[in-house]
Design a protein around this ligand. Structure first.
Ligand code: ARG
Length: 589
């Protein structure tokens, strides 16, 4: 169905045309002055020059033509030439009825269904997920849901960091600790053990130990490099050990992502595309794109119009080793061949912006992607502590994601037990988990991705203000009223919307009507924060309405049913929106 702004713009267009002006001037926007009007049109001002007329005269001409409009209850010309608009309650109600009856509230299918590969998560094997992995997971998951809701096909790929030097380091440390393992015996021809020679906690301790020792011990570093080389050059034992590392690590990651309500379609990684690299390098050389520079193999990607220097994209280091960029290029190649996506979106820390600029340019220049393939990097800001510096544990380390979630859930659980709603034991914990996730995700997503934000447990878990728990609290409040209505033997689904009878009721209905425009912007700008702003406004509008209106005690059954229908629609919109943000609401809290 049509977006409300389009519908009313169309009506204004008629007014401009009937008054003898260009219909294009009839474009309507949300009101900048909610105290004066609900929507506004500034077309008269824009037309003044063209028609050599005072804008107020044009506005008056148009307002006159709108007198009998079915859509507006008021079209008022105001100095210096604004058209202040109020909607007819009847029209608004019918619009909401249509929304309530339609699939996805009437969101249109896109003209072209795009295929999108969304690259997010990007954890490195054997390293525990930490606070730095929160944002890519949370933002990426929401973008996936938003794009799917808009009608597109999205394939989410975790793109594991599962190759390269860190693997050689882990293998070196394992050899140090358990030199007799068959993986290190080159003459071993039997079957390797099914069981990994380490647990996840051992692995998580091994990696930092190895990495630290590499920094100070040159011989150890040499060994790590040699092991990396053997792994990358098909040593059977190294490969088998590597598979253990991946399996143990991925198993643990899956548990953590599940807790975050984050799900990937593909568990590919850097290792997935290594087989493509030699051929790709040859092609780049043969086509004359890659050339030698200080012993390294590079592709120039700078352009004349660059305001700052864009260094060449390095394909091979001087020792012949492939790097992060090489793997990303090979991944683009693989994705094009296998899925032929229209768009590839990467969600990483914004400090990787240059890397993506380079590989996107390189992919385009060398024809790895089509001319119209969209390559998008969403760079997010840092999660800071209350001191404004990157979030640290009290001991000064990088906080593990698990602990962070645990901290929020602990705080939530305490609040649940204190809230006086009678939540105890298992239910309190389960509810705390649901609300805690909302606190974390909303705390993140309500910021523009590129901005840094402060991870503030007190604020995030507050039931008041612009927070996840506030939104959930509003939903739960609606659910409880609907449940009471059901207890009175009536079905909310049978209730029928009616035209607003108070300013607060109308304000709520107007908020609901903004749903389509919000979804449209959130997808177009790949900005979940637009949905947060919307549901915060919607929840506020609902709570104002709720405080002013008796619902369950309303004696007029028809009026009551109208209010219930509005509640139901509000709940459905809110729940749809939080699902797009990647969390859900409990039954009570
Ligand atoms: N593993 C990388 C890191 O920790 C992130 C991967 C992001 N995705 C990509 N295709 N480069 O920085």
């Amino acid at each position: 169905m049509k977006n409300i702004l389009d519908l009313i713009s169309q009506e204004m267009r008629r007014g401009f045309e009937e008054a003898g002006y260009d219909g294009e001037l009839g474009r309507v926007t949300l009101s900048n002055r909610p105290d004066l009007c609900e929507y506004q049109c500034n077309g008269a001002m824009a037309g003044a020059k063209k028609y050599h007329k005072a804008p107020l005269m044009i506005a008056n001409d148009v307002a006159e033509k709108m007198a009998g409009s079915q859509i507006f209850s008021e079209v008022a010309a105001a100095a210096p030439g604004f058209l202040n608009l109020k909607l007819s309650e009847e029209f608004l109600c019918n619009h909401l009825k249509e929304m309530a009856a339609a699939e996805k509230f009437g969101i249109k299918e896109p003209e072209k269904r795009e295929k999108i590969i969304l690259d997010y998560g990007g954890p490195n094997v054997a390293k525990p997920l930490h606070v730095g992995h929160l944002r890519t997971a949370v933002i990426g998951e929401s973008l996936k849901r938003i794009a799917r809701f808009a009608g597109h096909e999205v394939i989410g790929d975790i793109h594991l960091g599962d190759w390269g030097l860190q693997m050689g380091q882990i293998i070196t440390e394992l050899e140090e600790r358990q030199p007799d393992l068959p993986y290190f015996d080159e003459s071993f021809t039997g079957d390797y053990p099914q069981e990994a020679p380490f647990t996840i906690s051992e692995l998580e301790e091994i990696y930092p130990a190895a990495s630290a020792r590499c920094k100070e011990d040159a011989a150890y570093r040499e060994r790590a490099m040699a092991h990396t080389f053997k792994l990358q050059n098909a040593s059977r034992g190294h490969r088998a050990l590597w598979e253990h590392i991946i399996r143990v690590s991925v198993e643990d990651m899956k548990k953590n992502y599940e807790k975050l309500n984050v799900e990937f379609d593909l568990w590919n990684g850097e290792s997935t595309v290594q087989y493509l690299i030699p051929g790709m390098v040859e092609e780049l050389k043969a086509a004359g794109f890659a050339h030698e520079s200080d012993g390294a193999l590079v592709v120039d990607v700078k352009e004349e119009t660059d305001a700052k220097e864009i260094p060449p994209c390095i394909i091979l280091k001087s020792d012949g080793a492939a790097l992060y960029s090489t793997t990303d290029l090979a991944t683009i190649k693989e994705r094009m061949a296998k899925y032929h996506p229209d768009t590839m979106i990467y969600v990483t820390d914004k400090r990787q912006a240059m890397h993506f600029e380079q590989i996107f340019r390189c992919a385009r220049k060398t024809g790895m992607v089509d001319e119209d393939t969209r390559l998008v990097h969403i760079g997010y800001g840092t999660v800071n502590g209350s001191d404004g510096k990157p979030f640290k544990t009290r001991q000064g380390g990088v906080p593990r994601l698990e602990n962070l979630i645990g901290e929020i859930n602990g705080e939530m659980c305490r609040k649940m037990k204190e809230s006086g709603k009678g939540l105890t034991g298992g239910e309190a914990e389960e509810t705390a988990r649901i609300v805690g996730l909302a606190a974390i995700k909303y705390g993140d997503l309500s910021n523009q991705a590129a901005k840094d934000y402060v991870f503030d447990v007190d604020r995030f878990t507050s039931f008041e203000g612009d927070t996840g728990p506030y939104i959930l609290y509003t939903i739960v409040r609606i659910k409880s009223i609907l449940a009471k209505y059901t207890e009175q033997g009536k079905n909310p689904e049978d209730a029928c919307l009616r035209a607003a009878q108070s300013p607060d009721e109308k304000a709520l209905m107007l908020e609901i009507a903004n749903f389509h425009a919000t979804m449209d912007t959130a997808y177009r700008e790949l900005a979940p924060n637009k949905i947060c702003t919307y549901i915060y406004d919607l929840a506020n509008a609902f709570n104002r309405f709720y405080h002013e209106t008796k619902i369950i005690t309303e004696e007029n059954e028809e009026k009551k049913a109208g209010l219930i229908a509005l509640l139901l629609l509000t709940r459905d919109i809110l729940e749809t929106c939080i699902d797009l943000l990647g969390f859900s609401a409990p039954e009570r809290m």
